[in-house]
Design a binder for this molecule. Structure first.
Ligand code: PEP
Ligand code: MG
Length: 575
């Protein structure tokens, strides 16, 4: 038995089965000059046609399994294949340089791939590099008559192990037979990660050397809770995991059944359990998971997915779509939060020694009123289509909040004149993220100026403990259960409630199992998290009494001084 740790778990669950290795055929080719140019052009043309037919076939097979967003990947590939620029670059190379079709495909796709991969400040466009790589594989496989590994073949319970998977691989896998996925490459925001979560297949990406360490049909357990895989498990281990998996599947089924019901504690307090989203399609998942609303729409993803500053109309359409999808449930949109680790390819940010402490979020919006106004105008217009809240990220002082609100009111007045509607934007709620210690300690004053707070624990922890959230070597300082932090959260909630201001939490802590009873006990009003966690959290809320949770908070804060102690105590309490 061998345990391998440290991948990136992107879709939770336990998978127990035999390894199905997806190994690539050797697609290298003889790099010889073309003997017959016309022949090479014909071979290229045939390969393009075959690859296009293959894509259509794959899309048709996938149609039952996937939603629109995922099916759109096939259209993107198809568009690329039929792109005149792409095709003519290849035919030009064959004609002018008298190379074989394989060489032309390889050169031109590599150029396109490199261009996309270099767009490091635009993760969406960067991800397109993988699409081009996928297209190259398919074209070369047709040119060389070597079929690609076919995930379709899987007809017994299997864990797919591969160096890397493409979205098209996932689109036609047999969901019933694939019990898990482990790859060496891939990140949290890759299409593959999104698709695995949607397919609810336990998945770990970024597990180094997994293809070398496994062989086909070897027994394997994927633990996408513990973020590890176990090879050749002994029967005890297997049994333990089997039990954990059965429990999880049973729980999941029962969470689902009740996902549409409100999250009401045993003693009658209702909590809103909302979803965090990054685009319009995410809101569809939020709706199907029974989210009570959208608690955080990270609007910067709209900007990052575009090659220009999105216009007022483009933003309006996006916000309106989300509001319509949520069908009367509240939607909270955070204004642009770039800077730190997020940038825009078409917008120059100054080079700074400490970007997380520099120009970021509301600071940028206030320095660029034209960008800020465009966004606020789009939001105010969209508010006619459903209950909308706007929140400002990275507020440090009362002044910043007041300045941001002033811009909002100016935009609203202007729009009311333009649209001859004196009530436009009447119901928009205004709030702020509490993610900077100075704001947290000033909750009492800020609350008098805001309809709501949303606690951004990812940043609040980073700034409180002075530990870069992206730096592995200080990740031990991510301590949401440290009583110092819990006390701060409590202070924020109490400060806000003194003025009738609601408090939400939208950082990762909101979806953590151990955090829930503490947050319920502190009087938090709303939680917002990854959409697929919503049914679980809703069902957990129903199990506890707020009165008991209050006592838990008191105990924890008086008895302990360490993150680990609190985790252990709460874990025991939950059991
Ligand atoms: C946070 O900081 O907790 C948060 C929700 O915002 P982001 O992770 O987008 O910075
Ligand atoms: Mg933040």
């Amino acid at each position: 038995m061998l345990t391998k740790e440290k991948g990136i778990a992107v879709s939770e669950g336990i998978g127990i089965a035999k390894v199905y290795k997806l190994t690539e055929p050797d697609l290298s080719f003889d790099d010889v000059p073309a003997e017959n140019v016309a022949n090479e052009l014909q071979r290229l043309d045939d390969a393009l046609q075959k690859a296009t037919q293959e894509l259509d076939q794959m899309k048709a097979t996938a149609e039952n399994n996937l939603d629109k967003e995922e099916l759109a990947i096939f259209d993107a590939h198809r568009m690329m294949l039929s792109d005149p620029e792409f095709q003519s670059q290849m035919t030009d190379e064959i004609t002018n340089q008298k190379v074989v079709a394989e060489r032309a495909v390889s050169d031109v796709t590599s150029q396109f791939e490199a261009t996309f991969a270099a767009m490091t400040d635009n993760p969406y466009m960067q991800e397109r590099a993988n699409d081009v790589k996928d297209i190259a594989r398919h074209l070369l496989s047709w040119l060389e008559g070597k079929p690609l590994p076919n995930i379709d073949e899987i007809n017994e319970p299997s864990v797919v192990v591969a160096k890397e998977l493409s979205p098209s691989d996932l689109s036609h896998l047999n969901k019933k037979m694939v019990r898990g996925i482990v790859t060496e490459k891939g990140g949290k925001t890759s299409h593959v990660a999104i698709m695995a979560r949607n397919l609810e297949i336990p998945t770990i990406l970024g597990m180094a050397s997994i293809t070398d360490d496994t062989s086909s049909r070897q027994n394997i357990i994927v633990d996408a809770f513990g973020n590890k895989v176990i090879l050749d498990p002994d029967s005890n281990t297997r049994q333990l995991y089997q039990q954990q998996s059965t429990n999880y599947l049973e729980s999941k089924a029962s969470w689902r059944e009740a996902k549409g019901l409100p999250a009401v504690s045993k003693d009658g307090t209702t909590f809103s359990v909302n979803a965090n989203i990054g685009n319009v399609d995410d809101s569809k998942l939020a709706a199907t998971q029974g989210a009570d609303g959208v608690g955080l729409f990270r609007s910067e993803f709209l900007y990052m997915g575009s090659d220009h500053l999105p216009t007022e109309d483009e933003q309006f359409e996006a916000y309106r779509s989300v509001l319509k999808t949520m069908d009367g449930k509240p939607v909270t949109v955070r204004t642009l939060d770039i800077g730190g680790d997020k940038s825009l390819s078409y917008f120059d940010l100054p080079t700074e020694a400490n970007p997380f402490l520099g120009d970021r979020a509301i600071r940028i919006s206030l320095q660029h009123p034209e960008i800020f106004r465009t966004q606020l105008r789009a939001l105010i217009r969209a508010s006619a289509y459903g209950p909308l809240a706007i929140m400002f990220p990275m507020i440090s002082t009362l002044d910043e909040l007041q300045r941001a609100k002033k811009v909002f009111y100016e935009c609203r007045d202007q729009l009311r004149k333009e649209y001859a509607d004196p009530h436009l934007g009447d119901d928009v709620k205004l709030g702020l993220m509490i993610e900077i210690p100075s704001a947290a300690l000033n909750a009492d004053k800020l609350a008098q100026e805001a309809d709501f707070f949303s606690i951004g624990t990812n940043d609040l922890l980073q700034y409180l403990f002075a530990a870069d959230r992206g730096n592995e070597s200080v990740s031990y300082l991510y301590q949401p259960f440290n009583p110092v932090f819990l006390q701060l959260v409590k202070t924020i909630i109490e400060g806000a409630h003194r003025h009738g201001t609601k408090v939400a939490m939208c950082g990762e802590m909101a979806g953590e199992r151990l955090a829930l009873p503490l947050l319920m006990g502190m009087g938090l009003d709303e939680l917002s998290m990854t959409a697929t966690s919503v049914p679980r959290v809703k069902s957990m809320v129903r199990k506890y009494k707020v009165a008991d949770c209050r006592k838990l908070v008191k105990d924890v804060l008086t008895k302990y001084s360490r993150d680990s102690e609190v985790q252990k105590y709460v874990d025991g309490w939950l059991k």
